[in-house]
Ligand binder design. Structure first.
Ligand SMILES: Cc1cc2nc3c(=O)[nH]c(=O)nc-3n(C[C@H](O)[C@H](O)[C@H](O)COP(=O)(O)O)c2cc1C
Length: 364
């Protein structure tokens, strides 16, 4: 991290977390953030689901919910950016405060509750980015409005709205902050949801658009196995493992640990990576996996790939470590590939899945 970036982060962290987030998005939007060096190397390219990712590192959903900073995030060096979660209608989310920095734990708790500008506004912005020169892959994460009478219809509407502007879609059925949303992870509900989304994409002539299902880390092996089968049968391209957790590991030190919401960052690394490995073993090559949860350096990104991830995302570490983290992770991945004698990242995927799947969790 250079001195300018350190100062910028220090200033942001002196502010209330949500104000800091808003300011960071504006700084990115207006090009005011110090831009780090770029790591471009063909050995990092990942071909997945018919898409070509310049590198395997993406910004996770929730950082740029309304697609305001997409060009800047690509400039920083992310191989892909996932915007959203976007719901059909704009909604304010939960009352503030609803975002907490657990500094001692390098973690965040959020109960934002899908605050977003709504599909029409986000689509409008994305249309402007369609022809960004040299841009990476753009994902749109879709969800349901809190007061929706028919949540599955909300996802189908999202698919229809973004079919023409997204490179892939994510159906987010795992936010802990919209009551009842995680019920959609049940096999029968997931079947119906994927059928609705696929139907909407067919209507728009985009039947082949990859659809990922983003799942929670808080479930047992049997439920995970059902989700894997439902995702395969429903024609999903893959899973994103995982969203934030409602668990509170014993190891947390921050006085804010009792806040309600989803926990992300370092304490999520082991549980989400173990679950990723289990999903990899259950999927037996039928699904592609995006690993997310606690990635904070090259070592943790490498571990996700070895546990079974084709691609990796992060969010919380960006808040603590800033934009130069992207280049640091990518060059660290190249070093590790060289040392281990791999020429392409796909040779690395899942090479430690058994070990990770058997891993014990820290006590809760
Ligand atoms: C402030 C915040 C907002 C988030 N909003 C969303 C969201 O809208 N949709 C979603 O699918 N995930 C959301 N997430 C979850 C992240 O995409 C990611 O799955 C999770 O934070 C774990 O990754 P991390 O440990 O690198 O942060 C959010 C996370 C944070 C910290």
């Amino acid at each position: 991290m250079n001195a300018g970036e350190m100062l910028a982060l220090r200033l942001l962290h002196a502010l209330e977390p949500e104000q800091a987030h808003e300011l960071a998005i504006r700084a990115l939007q207006w090009g005011l953030f110090p831009m780090p060096r770029h790591v471009a190397d063909e050995r990092l390219r990942v071909d997945c689901c018919g898409l070509s990712f310049p590198n395997p590192l993406g910004m996770a959903a929730g950082f740029d919910k309304n697609a305001r900073a997409v060009p800047a995030l690509f400039n920083i060096g992310f191989g892909f950016v996932e915007v959203g979660t976007v719901t059909p209608l704009a909604q304010p989310g939960n009352p503030r405060p609803r975002l907490f920095r657990l500094r001692e734990d390098e973690a965040v708790i959020n109960r934002l509750g899908f605050n977003n500008a709504g599909q029409a506004a986000v689509r409008e912005r994305l249309l402007r980015y369609a022809r960004l020169p040299g841009r990476g892959v753009l994902g749109v994460n879709i969800g349901a409005n809190k007061d929706s009478r028919d949540r599955i219809a909300d996802y189908a509407q999202g698919a229809r709205c973004f079919a023409g502007v997204a490179d892939y879609l994510t159906v987010n059925i795992s936010s802990p902050n919209t009551p009842g949303l995680r019920d959609l992870q049940g096999a029968e509900a997931l079947h119906r949801l994927l059928a609705g989304v696929r139907g909407a994409l067919e209507e728009k002539g985009r039947a082949r658009l990859p659809v990922f299902v983003k799942i929670a880390p808080d479930m047992d092996e049997a439920v995970l196995a059902d989700i894997v089968e439902a995702a395969v049968e429903g024609g999903a391209a893959g899973l994103i493992v995982s969203n934030t957790t409602i668990a509170r590991p014993d190891t947390l030190k921050s006085p804010l640990k009792e806040e309600t919401g989803g926990l992300s960052g370092l304490p999520l690394f082991v549980p989400s990576t173990r679950m990723l490995a289990r999903a990899f073993l259950l999927a037996k090559g039928r699904l592609r996996l995006i690993g997310v949860g606690g990635v904070r350096d090259a070592e943790t990104a490498w571990a996700k790939i070895r546990a079974g991830a084709d691609l990796v995302q992060l969010l919380t570490a960006f808040v603590y470590r800033g934009p130069s983290l992207v280049a640091e992770i990518l060059s660290g991945l190249l070093d590790r590939m060289e040392r281990a004698g791999f020429n392409r990242l796909n040779e690395v995927v899942g090479t430690r899945a058994e070990e990770w799947a058997a891993r014990k969790l820290p006590v809760e």
